[in-house]
Design a protein around this ligand. Structure first.
Ligand SMILES: Nc1nc2c(c(=O)[nH]1)N[C@H]1C(S)=C(S)[C@@H](COP(=O)(O)O)O[C@H]1N2
Ligand SMILES: [Mo]
Length: 413
């Protein structure tokens, strides 16, 4: 049986829930956005002079598009390579000129394949990558496109990610284009967000959204030899690489759940849901007898390889939470003159997403649980997709993105 949470505006909720939701913004302010970026020294912390010198300043930034030099005929991969030495690399002013006619915006939740909680929600603005890539005239031999961030000079620190040329040239149904992004939430990218220009890949985990972008390499190779495919190897329990073709999983999380509460009191709870490729139809919450901390499921033993079955909580008394309507912050972006008619997936009259909850974004939720007798319990929450498939399914492997059910201990006094 498919489950559907009701969808209500914040004003339709009880006062205690409204109070809890006050400090849960929709689009994430820059100060609280989570940062992931390797590099020692780290480009997020460069001063202005260093940024100018290394080409991470808007005045000095250059994007090169070149052919894979290991291919037997690199001269047949790109008809018009864009290279600094040829004087035709793309600069920021040129990107902005192209953006006048081509810019597009879309909402996307930034989330790391290796972390349980999203990093932040953005309204990202940029130019479709295909419009820039085509300037370099890729040939019929190109099958994959690699993106490199600034620290590729030191081979040890190189960060690379890739996509098939097919994904770049034609968007699958229901997905915005891959963009060269220069702005988020109404601000030019900061160094921490990947300034001056980064990739944003809407349906993917963060590793594909390469920051401090400086080089694109086209290749006939079909393999996704990404940093995230190799990087985790040999690091304790992360002994195995990641599934680089994974798309964002559906995940529900509590927002600041209480550690203790008085017996006889109802328990108001709010949270967030990361919406996956098949949407979100319900969030559910349950209370189960107290469990010790989550086991280390990443350690590869035959027992753990199958242990996700114990994580389904099929017998729990799941209760439907309420989903919140899209934030009014969407309408603010919709009304910005420079974004008029350019935000992907929006209803042009209301300025709100045409489909809600919208895949690859964030949906907030709330519930009030009945009071509990004194004791120690574990709170769990899960999200259910449009086909009725509940978290951590369909793919519980953390190598394809975190979808484990969150557990939170609560003491009722
Ligand atoms: N150049 C570069 N880009 C990068 C990374 C990096 O280490 N170097 N980390 C990636 C990873 S793993 C994630 S999860 C996202 C995080 O984006 P954010 O810092 O804007 O939240 O950036 C991606 N882009
Ligand atoms: Mo990541």
């Amino acid at each position: 049986m498919k489950k559907h949470s009701p969808i209500l505006p914040v004003s339709g909720l009880s006062d205690d829930l409204q109070a809890l939701l006050k400090d849960l913004p929709y689009f994430t302010p820059e100060e609280t956005f989570g940062n992931i970026g390797r590099g020692d020294p780290n480009p997020a912390k460069f001063d202005d002079a260093t940024n100018r010198r290394v080409g991470l300043h808007r005045d000095t930034w250059k994007l090169e598009i070149e052919a894979d030099s290991e291919h037997p005929r690199p001269d047949c991969l790109l008809m018009n390579p864009l290279l600094e030495k040829n004087g035709n690399a793309i600069d920021y002013a040129q990107l902005q000129k192209i953006a006048v006619n081509k810019r597009i915006a879309f909402p996307k939740l930034m989330t790391c394949l290796n972390l349980p909680e999203p990093l932040g929600m953005g309204m990202w603005v940029g130019v479709p990558l295909r419009d820039i890539l085509m300037l370099a005239e890729p040939s019929i031999l190109v099958r994959r496109v690699f993106f490199y961030g600034y620290h590729n000079d030191d081979i040890e620190q190189r960060f690379q990610a890739s996509l098939s040329i097919n994904r770049i040239l034609e968007d699958p149904p229901g997905m915005p284009p891959i963009i060269l992004c220069y702005e988020v939430n109404g601000m030019e990218l900061t160094p921490a967000r990947g300034a001056p220009v980064r990739i944003i890949a809407p349906e993917s985990y963060g590793f594909r959204s390469v920051k401090w972008l400086q080089k694109i390499v086209v290749t006939h190779d079909h393999r996704a030899n990404d940093t995230y495919a190799e990087w985790n190897k040999g690091k304790g329990h992360w002994d195995w690489g990641n599934d680089t073709e994974a798309s964002m999983k559906l995940v529900a999380r509590f927002h600041k759940p209480p550690d203790s509460i008085n017996a006889g009191q109802p328990i108001p709870l709010t949270g967030i849901a990361q919406v996956g490729i098949h949407g979100l139809s319900a969030v559910e919450v349950a209370v189960v007898p107290w469990e010790k901390e989550q086991k280390d499921f990443f350690k590869l033993t035959p027992e753990n390889a199958l242990s996700w079955k114990a994580q389904l909580y099929e017998d729990a008394d799941w209760q439907l939470a309420t989903l919140l309507e899209p934030s009014e912050e969407y309408t603010h972006h919709h009304m910005r003159p420079e974004l008029k008619g350019r935000i992907w997936g929006m209803d042009t009259n209301s300025g709100l997403p045409s489909v809600w909850p919208m895949p690859f974004t964030l949906c907030n939720w709330a519930i009030v649980l009945n009071s509990l007798p004194a004791g120690k319990y574990t709170l769990i929450c899960r999200a259910v997709n449009r086909h009725g498939v509940a978290q951590p399914l369909p793919l519980p492997s953390p190598k394809s993105g975190m979808s484990a059910i969150q557990k939170h201990t609560i003491v009722v006094e």
